[in-house]
Design a protein. Structure first.
Length: 138
């Protein structure tokens, strides 16, 4: 069994965003040469997420609206975590959207169901963050 590791870097200028990273992950698989195995894609920051869903703008707007209802950014003083930073809502949003995904690799390609894509979710942008891509297989 072989393994491959690469980090992807993001510096999202807005506080929140959803970025389709499917092609970046597939490029890592291509670079690895692994044809059969698994790929782990993991947000390495506690105010960002990686998740799988449909790449449809209306759905992304629904995520934004729903997450803001669950964990509104303001008022900042509603959270005990806020003090030095104002990102308690980002921690909660990440908890809901998830830390990582694992996808099968078959014949050197992401083995998805219909409409599935991999996304980086940013909930406290404005600084450089990274995502780990770890591939194991043959």
């Amino acid at each position: 069994m072989r393994s491959f590791r690469k980090e992807l870097y993001f510096n999202i200028p807005t506080r929140r965003a959803f970025v389709n990273i499917t092609d970046m992950v597939q490029a890592c698989i291509d670079e690895s040469g692994i044809k059969e195995g698994l790929v782990l894609v993991n947000a390495m920051h506690i105010t960002a997420s990686v998740f799988i869903n449909d790449d449809e703008p209306g759905l992304h707007q629904d995520f934004e609206k729903w997450l803001e209802k669950l964990a509104p950014e303001k008022p900042y003083d509603q959270y005990r975590h806020n003090g030095f930073e104002d990102n308690a809502d980002a921690h909660l949003k990440r908890q809901v959207m998830g830390r990582e995904v694992v996808v099968a690799v078959t014949n050197g390609r992401l083995d998805f169901g219909p409409w599935e894509q991999i996304f980086y979710g940013e909930f406290d942008g404005g600084r450089r963050k990274r995502v780990l891509v770890k591939i194991i297989g043959e």
